[in-house]
Design a protein around this ligand. Structure first.
Ligand code: SF4
Length: 260
């Protein structure tokens, strides 16, 4: 077998594994988008349009969106990202380096919602990539037995609050509509709210996470499991056992969904 054949075999194996995994989550069909082969003329036209759009955006004083949708971005999520644009709807835009939109499987059954990006996330433009992110990844991989890319991860606010302070009510109010649109695009069956701000925002309650955690709630009809934020667990490792109790409930609910 030559290199190309080996590579093709590897791709087919990976695709088959992914489809098997999706089947375990209850996915019964996958929408196929026809591939479009661009002619050299089309490519030249497309590049010209991009150049014009960028020139026009720069003229308006906006920074054009140069980030490409990730391999897992759906049309619905791409539309939400485009609507968000180079957002300056709240004061958090002033100190950010990057808008941290979210990442993961756009059709995921399971969605994690945190509070807001920290330093590392702001630098990299990805949610949960610092030490707390590693802990969340462990929860997903070692606890739930999924790959990180099989779930969707995002935050209540998409820009880093200065000095990692809590997002303020006006900032949450400005950003939450985009979270809701993300949820509408992804249609998760379960949301895990990570920490006080995420739980209070989603559940519209003044109750703290210590009281909320471990009890199923709903957000726009979707079951929500509130639990402690991984950053809290780094400071209070003794409470990892409580989070594990909450995650076991999530695993049981996913099993029920899988069985229909
Ligand atoms: S936090 Fe949200 S609303 Fe505020 S500037 Fe960033 S993307 Fe816009």
């Amino acid at each position: 077998m030559n290199d190309i054949e080996s590579e093709l075999l590897e791709i087919v194996t990976q695709v088959r594994k992914h489809i098997e995994y999706q089947k375990t989550l209850g996915v019964i069909s996958i929408e196929l988008v026809p591939a479009v082969t661009a002619s050299p003329t089309d490519e030249a036209d497309a590049q010209s349009s991009v150049n014009k759009a960028q020139a026009s955006a720069t003229k308006r004083g906006n920074v054009p969106i140069t980030e490409k949708p990730g391999p897992c971005q759906s049309a619905g999520l791409t539309a939400v990202r485009e609507e968000l644009g180079n957002c300056s709807r709240c004061k958090l835009h002033k100190g950010r380096k990057t808008i941290v939109f979210g990442e993961g499987d756009p059709n995921s059954v399971l969605m994690f919602v945190g509070e807001g990006p920290g330093y590392e996330e702001d630098q990299q433009g990805r949610p949960f990539v610092g030490a707390a992110g590693q802990l969340l990844t462990d929860i997903i991989v070692k606890g739930i037995k999924l790959r990180r890319e099989d779930v969707y991860i995002c935050n209540i606010v998409k820009c880093r609050p200065p000095n990692n302070r809590n997002p303020e009510p006006d900032e949450i109010a400005a950003c939450e509509p985009f979270l809701l649109k993300q949820i509408e695009a992804i249609k998760p069956k379960i949301i895990v709210a990570l920490g006080n701000i995420a739980a209070k925002t989603l559940l519209k309650t003044g109750e703290g996470i210590t009281l909320l955690r471990g009890r199923w709630q709903t957000y726009h009809g979707i079951p929500v499991m509130p639990t402690f934020h991984p950053a809290y667990l780094l400071r209070n490792p003794k409470d990892k056992a409580l989070v594990w109790e909450d995650i076991k409930k999530v695993i049981m609910e996913m099993e029920k969904i899988r069985q229909g």
